[in-house]
Design a protein around this ligand. Structure first.
Ligand code: FAD
Length: 552
């Protein structure tokens, strides 16, 4: 049940049942937990205060990667775990988690020397179980330039070439939510956990919730076991539970900028040195190339994170220094996003030095909080968190809870046996689009976003009133996300469902009206409500494209 037309029924069910487990937070961690728990047979509910993936899980670099950087910090366990998880998550959704070769240019005075890179990438492959043609290759200067002619030539000495995976973090989160629901979980966005209910012994018995969009409603979620997967907001909920002691979060901001592909026509993804000693990614994606990230301490409220002028200048300078022919300028920046890493504070360490490992805290009231970690490791993090909850539930009920099964549960949008199937399917979708008078060049976009669900969208597009083909397709996509993905606002669609806010911002104006009309008619908005959502969309576009100077 993931139709925005059925929200009232979902709320009734959330309020009317006793749940084995409730999850707070619909980012990748919470979505993974809901799937893990529901598939073990636990009656599971999830509430997300804004849209699914609206926190950090739509603001990452969108790589499912082993984290070469963590090898340098000697976090061998982390590299091994996320390294092997890459391959598992790829198998679960090959259309969404795609193989992507990464080029690491070796430069004079750079972070990695030739020998260290060769050894490092070898260990990296070994820890992650990479085999065959996917194993790392060390390239000469000429071979490196052949793969990426835009690179700076004067200091280039060679390159490392290795296997990673690319994804769309928000879509990965949403497909996990959908798969969790298919396993029996009940999930709702725009539903905030505002406080806890306790019994006389001080143990949690429920969560007070209120809706934050549309008709305002309050309800009580009855459960004896709660996992908070609230990302950067984890400490707020620990404070609410009076259990914020000992370790706490340390938030760092990471910004990405997007430029049109023709202004940064990269042949492939590159992980490169920047003058201050850090490393940055540049990743081509359909009609754009994105560059990131920054890593700076953040002390404001988590709801207020935005990219500022200094972030944008830093990333432009970084790209211009390694790719000097580009001469990228602020006017080239088409879009941007800023996210927060919910890291665990360690005395005396800088933002870049803090571990990316996850940690679980359990309070005396029974609140289990999970924070830190990576998008890449979400499945294992979920398993650990649900193991902890299962122990607690077993202690309370005497029941034995099954082991995690998520390694074998393919995500919605599939199934595909391997990546070759995805490419074949993309061709099929291109033919179907052509045959239906729709733009065939949209096939790659549709399949990487929706997988096999693309056909449903095409069938709906065919039924739309005749007119601009792009607009018919966008209307069909909007209908699909409203009725199958709990999209409640046009911004949910343009940002977390379709990625257009970041990767096709100029194209939004072409379909904006039809998408607003679709939401408005399906959700029975009046003129004021329609205008409110049009304003929200404009505001989000403004935030993605305007950068304030930082106050000294
Ligand atoms: P979030 O996605 O922030 O989810 C928490 C959710 O809880 C939010 O949606 C929030 O609205 C909700 N919430 C909060 N309070 C409440 C409440 N009271 N009631 C209901 N809901 C609530 N990892 C990788 O593996 N690969 C990468 O390439 C990568 N790049 C990154 C780049 C950047 C710039 C950043 C910041 C992180 C990156 N990461 C990457 C890390 C990864 O993005 C995060 O580890 C992951 O997204 C965290 O997910 P989460 O679900 O824990 O948190």
């Amino acid at each position: 049940m993931l139709s925005s037309l059925h929200r009232a029924a979902i709320i009734d069910q959330l309020a009317g049942e006793q749940f084995d487990l409730a999850v707070i937070g619909g980012g990748i961690t919470g979505a993974g937990i809901a799937l893990d728990a529901a598939s073990r047979g636990l009656r599971t509910a999830l509430v997300e205060k804004r849209d699914f993936a609206s926190g950090t899980s739509s603001k990452s670099t969108k790589l499912i990667h082993g984290g070469l950087r963590y090898l340098k910090q000697l976090e061998i366990g982390l590299v091994r775990e996320v390294g092997s998880e890459r391959a598992i998550v790829h198998q679960l959704a090959p259309h969404l988690v795609r193989p992507e070769k990464m080029l690491l240019p070796l430069v004079e005075g750079g972070t990695y020397g030739r020998l260290a890179t060769s050894m490092g990438l070898w260990v990296y492959d070994l820890l992650a179980g990479v085999s065959g043609e996917d194993r790392r290759q060390m390239l000469s200067r000429e071979e490196t330039l052949a793969r990426e002619p835009l690179l700076r030539k004067d200091i280039l000495v060679g390159g490392g070439y290795y296997a990673e995976y690319r994804t769309d973090d928000a879509r990965l989160t949403i497909e996990n939510i959908k798969t969790a629901v298919s396993q029996g979980a009940l999930c709702l966005n725009y539903a905030e956990a505002t406080g806890f209910r306790y019994d006389q012994q001080g143990k949690i018995t429920g969560i007070n919730c209120r809706t934050t969009e549309g008709k305002r409603q309050e309800f009580l979620l009855n459960t004896g076991c709660v996992i908070s997967a609230a990302g950067p907001w984890v400490d707020e909920l620990r404070r609410e539970d009076n259990s914020l002691q000992g370790k706490h979060l340390f938030l760092t901001k990471g910004v990405h900028i997007v430029v049109p592909y023709h202004r940064f026509p990269l042949q492939q993804s590159v992980y490169f040195d920047v003058p201050d000693g850090r490393m940055v990614f540049a990743i081509p994606r359909l009609r754009s190339t994105y560059i990131g990230t920054t890593d700076t301490r953040f002390t404001d409220r988590p709801d207020r994170v935005t990219a500022d002028r200094a972030d944008v200048d830093y990333l432009l300078q970084a790209a211009n220094s390694m790719f000097p022919g580009l001469d990228l300028r602020p006017a080239d920046v088409e879009s941007s996003w800023a996210g927060l890493r919910p890291l665990i504070h360690e005395e005396g360490k800088t933002a870049g030095e803090l571990s990316r490992r996850d940690e679980i805290f359990e309070s005396s009231s029974g609140l289990i909080s999970i924070a830190g970690g990576k998008l890449t490791g979400y499945r294992k993090m979920a398993e650990r968190a649900v193991d902890r909850a299962a122990d607690r539930i077993s202690r309370l009920t005497g029941e034995r809870i099954a082991e995690s099964r998520t390694r074998d549960i393919r995500l919605t949008g599939g199934p595909f046996d391997h990546f070759g199937d995805v490419l074949d399917y993309e061709k099929e979708v291109a033919s179907k689009l052509t045959a239906s008078g729709l733009p065939s060049e949209r096939a790659a976009y549709l399949v990487s976003n929706y997988g096999r669900q693309s056909e449903k969208i095409i069938r709906t597009a065919v039924k739309q009133p005749a007119g601009d083909a792009e607009a018919r397709l966008a209307a069909a996509e909007a209908i699909f996300t409203i009725s199958e993905e709990l999209a409640l606002t046009p911004l949910d669609f343009f940002n977390r469902r379709s990625g257009r806010l970041y990767f096709d911002l100029p194209g939004i104006s072409r379909v904006q009206e039809v998408v607003l009309d679709t939401f408005s008619s399906r959700l029975s908005w009046n003129e004021d409500e329609r205008q409110h959502h049009a304003d929200q969309l404009e505001k989000a576009i403004f935030t993605a494209t305007h950068f304030a100077a930082v106050q000294p």
